[in-house]
Ligand binder design. Structure first.
Ligand SMILES: [Zn+2]
Ligand SMILES: [Zn+2]
Length: 297
């Protein structure tokens, strides 16, 4: 399990930016994967960093308050500033650095729906938050619908759309030669996941996304989740089994006519709560109604 501190920035950012202003800004932690790829943990979603002769490339860019520390941490590894950013989805704990990096000349790439959502006001009913449209400099410059491929630092980097999963604009990022996958927020390792129904996410899409990735990865693959620790195929399989078991149990209750209260009373997550339900961000009281809503409405 992660220390609860690691989950707080996410909860805070989704609940209210005013809460965030009171959060201490954590130190940036760099976790090497191979000679040119790193996972970077700071404030917001996990970031993947690729360095080399071609470019400094990052997958997601966390949140505005940590950008100075992030820049300093990257500068210790490479003299090149960030050239390319790929956003795994629009949420501002993954795209909150776009404005600062975009203003400094970085080229931002994302799914078409990331552009659409970042350019318009977004309301999140689960957390009661409203997100204003982003300034133009923060918006993706290159967008795509199904897949796009970058060729950088010795890797073929394939970004593939995962439809209606955590949002409607999620992409899987596959560093082919390195055998590394960044799943964005379709994968949480330390808590029940959040999926954003207001942004086109769904439990069925989340399961489809995870099963698709499981069909691609081998035992040696390194898997980066949106939140939590780096893991492997076995870690993703454990997560998939939890998702599918809970999804199927809730779907059965819904088919039998259970309403939200009856689903809660049936405790269909009971055997998973000790492992997945201990975060302040996504306790079972928030997770189970989310699954119910996705299946029943
Ligand atoms: Zn996130
Ligand atoms: Zn997200």
């Amino acid at each position: 399990m992660l220390p609860s501190r690691s989950l707080l920035p996410l909860a805070a950012c989704l609940l209210a930016t005013s809460t965030l202003a009171q959060q201490p800004i954590p130190e940036v932690k760099i976790e090497p994967i191979n000679d040119h790829l790193f996972m970077v943990v700071g404030l917001g979603g996990n970031l993947a960093l690729s360095i080399g002769d071609d470019a400094t490339f990052i997958v997601d860019d966390q949140m505005e308050p940590i950008i100075p520390k992030l820049r300093a941490a990257i500068a210790e590894l490479t003299p090149r500033p960030v050239d390319f950013i790929l956003n795994t989805h629009w949420h501002f704990d993954h795209s909150g650095g776009n404005e600062a990096f975009g203003a400094a000349g970085a080229l931002i790439v994302a799914h078409d729906n990331v552009y659409a959502r970042m350019s318009t006001e977004q309301v999140n009913s689960l957390f009661g938050s409203v997100r204003k449209p982003s300034p133009e400099v923060a918006l993706p410059v290159i967008t795509f619908d199904h897949t796009t491929t970058l060729h950088l630092n010795g890797d073929t980097i394939v970004a593939s759309h995962l439809p209606a999963a955590h949002t409607d604009g999620d992409v899987l990022v596959h560093f082919v030669e390195s055998n590394v996958y960044h799943l964005g927020d379709t994968f949480f390792t330390a808590s029940y996941p959040f999926f954003d129904i207001d942004s086109g996410g769904s439990i069925d899409g989340l399961v489809r996304a995870v099963e698709r990735v499981l069909g691609m990865v081998d035992e040696a693959a390194v898997i980066i989740p949106g939140h939590g620790h780096m893991t492997d195929k076995a870690g993703l399989q454990e997560y998939r089994d939890m998702l599918v078991t809970i999804r199927d149990r809730v779907a059965k209750l819904v088919a039998e006519g259970a309403d939200r209260d009856a689903v809660m009373a049936a405790k269909p997550t009971a055997d998973f709560d000790a492992r997945w339900g201990q975060s302040e961000f996504m306790p079972v009281e928030r997770w189970l109604p989310l699954v119910f809503k996705s299946l029943a409405e």
